[in-house]
Design a protein around this ligand. Structure first.
Ligand code: 5GP
Ligand code: ZN
Length: 118
């Protein structure tokens, strides 16, 4: 497991130091509503352990990476957006819009999701 970083927003949410609307919790992952939702369903799913992005997580702990995807899929089911379709997004790097450097999977749905992304 990577070291928890003191100044990481999502580590603080995992630790309960910053409040969030949690929708699912497992031993290794946590899912909570995005504070600035881009769709009717917009949930952020994080591993409890700190990794900066999806590539670092997959390289260091592929089992945890799979658990992150499994929780993301379970959130989509719980939100009732499987039939209508949803998008899983890992913004990776500032140029792609990553602003929090604790890996997180955006679960976005509840409206038509267009392609290509912006
Ligand atoms: P990124 O831009 O790194 O892909 O995604 C970070 C996400 O975290 C953004 O969608 C942003 O709205 C969300 N976010 C930022 N600060 C907070 C917060 O304090 N609480 C919650 N629930 N979401 C946050
Ligand atoms: Zn963190």
């Amino acid at each position: 497991m990577s070291a928890v970083t003191d100044d990481c927003l999502f580590c603080k949410i995992v630790a309960g130091e910053i409040p969030a609307t949690v929708v699912m919790s497992t031993d290794t992952t946590l899912a909570f509503r995005d504070i600035n939702p881009q769709a009717p369903t917009h949930v952020v799913v994080v591993p409890r352990a700190h990794y900066p992005d999806a590539a670092a997580l997959a390289a260091a702990d592929p089992v945890l990476a799979a658990e992150l995807l499994r929780t993301s899929a379970a959130v989509a089911e719980a939100e009732g957006i499987v039939e209508s379709g949803y998008r899983l997004v890992f913004n990776t790097g500032r140029g792609a819009g990553q602003s929090v450097f604790h890996v997180h999977c955006h679960v976005i749905g509840g409206r038509p999701i267009t392609w290509p992304p912006g």
